[in-house]
Ligand binder design. Structure first.
Ligand SMILES: [Zn+2]
Length: 91
């Protein structure tokens, strides 16, 4: 049983070949695209800050690095949920 990647609602099973729908509605698909762009921007900002601290401020702000890494992992997990494609088979 697959679920809408945006709101989590159960999607109707569709018989036959073809790509399974990932979202329950066009609204959820659009909202997911918007969320993806926001996540990408947030990840870029995190990576820039992480690099800046590593290169320039490691003596002062080193304790921020694990926080930035945890946030990056959280965002990447969500990114994968949104992007995961249905060619993957769950046996
Ligand atoms: Zn939905």
């Amino acid at each position: 049983m697959s679920k809408c990647r945006k709101c989590g609602r159960t999607l109707p099973e569709r018989a036959g070949p073809g790509r399974k729908p990932a979202y329950c509605s066009p609204g959820c698909r659009r909202a997911a695209e918007y969320e993806l762009r926001r996540i990408q921007r947030a990840l870029e900002a995190l990576e820039d800050e992480h690099r800046d601290i590593r290169l320039n401020w490691s003596q002062v702000f080193a304790d921020r690095l694990p926080l930035l890494e945890a946030e990056r992992d959280r965002l990447e997990t969500r990114l994968r949920e949104l992007l995961d494609d249905d060619t993957e088979t769950h046996a």
